[in-house]
Design a protein around this ligand. Structure first.
Ligand code: FES
Length: 176
């Protein structure tokens, strides 16, 4: 299958660079690599929640690493996105307790409602549905994560409301 190459505007602002320098300062000068994970989070947050190869190369340059050292981290952790993603990423927990409480039906319902498959952004770029592993809120199953927030004891009605709130821009989903 042909691999699509997505392009992205890279914008390392002064504020972002200051934040990166601050993160790097937590570690010895010859151990900049230790700052890689938090730096990648900051850079991704500042770039519509994804990291192109070019942006990963830029991070490598800033941290004086080989590009492969950045690629291997980005490809390992599912919280780093390597392509454009929906603004509102609905990450449903798909581990057993949430499955036993009907999460798969809710995922089907949400995909049908948004007219998308799993891990496929809506055409307006607003939403994406994903399945993830246990998010540690099993007692509140079924649940999903949106940005920094959990939505628990999900029902179809709660999903309807959540989607309406997102469309209205009426929701806090990141703390910063
Ligand atoms: S099984 Fe869903 S949060 Fe743990």
């Amino acid at each position: 299958m042909e691999k699509h190459h997505y392009t992205q505007e890279i914008n390392i602002t002064d504020a972002l660079m200051a934040r990166i320098n601050e993160l790097v300062s937590h570690y010895p000068a010859d151990k900049k690599k230790s700052a890689l994970l938090p730096v990648l989070h900051e850079v991704q947050d500042a770039h519509d929640n994804w990291l192109s190869i070019e942006l990963q190369n830029k991070v490598a340059e800033i941290l004086e690493l080989k590009p492969i050292e950045v690629y291997e981290v980005v490809t390992f952790y599912t919280m780093f996105n390597q392509r454009p993603v929906g603004k509102y990423m609905l990450e449903f927990c798909q581990t057993s307790p949430c499955c036993q409480r009907g999460v798969e039906d809710l995922m089907d319902y949400t995909c049908q409602k948004l007219n998308v498959g799993i891990a496929q952004p809506t055409t307006d770029g607003l939403f994406e549905v994903r399945g993830v592993e246990c998010l540690g809120a099993c007692g509140y199953a079924p649940m999903l994560q949106l940005g920094d927030y959990y939505h628990e004891h999900l029902t179809k009605e709660k999903i309807d409301q959540l989607i309406d709130d997102c469309k209205a821009g009426n929701i806090t989903f990141y703390d910063k």
